[in-house]
Design a protein around this ligand. Structure first.
Ligand SMILES: Nc1nc2c(ncn2[C@@H]2O[C@H](COP(=O)(O)OP(=O)(O)OP(=O)(O)O)[C@@H](O)[C@H]2O)c(=O)[nH]1
Ligand SMILES: [Zn+2]
Length: 372
């Protein structure tokens, strides 16, 4: 009787289950992790293997009130067994980390704050791989895109790591490129990876040691699915290639999917991010530009605009060649965007509050309603 329980808890641990989540599971429910979501239902991984679960009434109600409460890939949930082989997703457990698009909420220790109207793209991610190809068509790695993705990664609460993919395509120039990428990623590890030869894949795997969960972010064609397949040691994701048979052109990932790896750890493949500006960067921007923040503290004026002010430490660093000018331009741009995002979210929140009050006032004016 005891052995199935032990093996089932080992199976859960392999999926990333731990005391944090165990403490949150309502009594009587079966724990499972969302591997993929569909409209109104989720595919989950449980100690009993792969299951499908429809959303229960409470989950549907809460998600209607706040989209952040909608289950997403990586979430831990509680299932109720309805009948043989039929399950309902009854509870969404608090998230440790989360990627939120377009909301004003922030991840806190106990889960997401309740005021967000954003959409959660992936949850409970420990490591965020930012994949940028060494060569994309004829362009070398886009440092600005790396900075944007890093801001998003920091904001999620996971640990960012930059992977310069397709490292075989650039040859001699690789070392120089890696140094350039490093200037765009202070405090972040940068590794070259080639999924074709397998070079660097072992290093990537080390980040997943134990039962950690990683997500791979990057533009379409960055080589995310190819990397996931290399990590899995099998073709678990379809990759971009022209299908000769039906001539339907290249495949591009459309679903987010959580994939347990045979050698331990889990990885989430995501569709290529096209409009990163629509994501919340917030304080993540400060992390990406921690080197500039540090310099700015040494400017003569506290409100230095790093434009033409005397005693500007940022301009001095550009002058003596220790700071690439591109970094300052990128910092200014992303700060403006983050501020715009924040003001937009606030405006939306204000409008919602106004609407709420309108409804309450209408209720209060209804005839026959007793006044408090
Ligand atoms: N030379 C080289 N080509 C690679 C490497 N990794 C991936 N590719 C190729 O790059 C193309 C795109 O790879 P995918 O893995 O499908 O890219 P993706 O990032 O998943 O793209 P989306 O699904 O559209 O987001 C494919 O033709 C791969 O064969 C690599 O390390 N070296
Ligand atoms: Zn300055």
């Amino acid at each position: 009787m005891s052995s199935p329980i032990i093996s089932s808890s080992a199976a859960l641990t392999a999926l990333g289950w731990n005391d944090f989540f165990a403490a949150e599971l309502p009594a009587g429910l079966t724990p499972a992790r969302v591997s993929r979501v569909d409209r109104g239902a989720a595919e989950v991984l449980s100690a009993a293997g792969h299951l499908r679960a429809d959303y229960g009434a409470r989950v549907r109600r809460e998600a209607a009130a706040d989209p952040v409460a909608l289950p997403c890939v990586g979430d831990w949930v509680g299932l109720r067994r309805l009948s043989e082989g039929r399950f309902e997703l009854e509870a969404l457990l608090p998230r440790r980390t989360a990627f939120v698009r377009g909301g004003v909420g922030r991840v806190s220790r106990g889960g997401l704050s309740g005021d967000s109207q954003g959409q959660v793209l992936a949850a409970n991610v420990d490591v965020v791989f930012v994949a940028e190809p060494a060569l994309h068509a004829t362009d070398t790695a886009d440092l600005g895109r790396i900075e944007r993705l890093l801001a998003l990664a920091w904001e999620s609460g996971g640990r960012p790591v930059v992977l310069v993919t397709k490292s075989d395509l650039i040859g001699e120039g690789l070392d120089f490129l890696l140094r350039e990428v490093a200037t765009a990623a202070p405090g972040v590890d940068v590794h070259p990876v080639c999924s074709v030869t397998g070079e660097g894949v072992g290093i990537v795997r080390e980040y997943l040691q134990g039962t950690r969960t990683a997500v791979v972010l990057g533009a379409s064609g960055a080589g995310k699915s190819t990397l996931v397949n290399a990590l899995a040691g099998a073709d678990v994701m379809e990759t971009q290639h022209v299908r000769a048979g039906d001539g339907r052109g290249r495949h591009t990932t459309v679903h987010r999917e959580l994939i347990p790896l045979a050698k331990g750890g889990l990885i989430i493949d995501t569709p290529g991010i096209r409009r990163i500006g629509l994501y919340d960067m917030g304080e993540g921007v400060d992390m990406v530009f921690s080197d500039l923040e540090e310099l700015a503290e040494r400017c003569r004026f506290g409100d230095c605009g790093h434009d033409s002010e005397p005693g500007c430490a940022v301009l001095a660093a550009i002058e003596d060649g220790t700071l690439p000018e591109r970094r300052l331009e990128s910092w200014n741009k992303l700060q403006r965007e983050a501020a715009w995002m924040a003001s937009r979210s606030d405006a939306r929140l204000r409008k919602e509050l106004q609407n709420k009050w309108k409804i309450i006032h209408k209720e209060m004016r209804k005839p026959g309603r007793s006044r408090p």
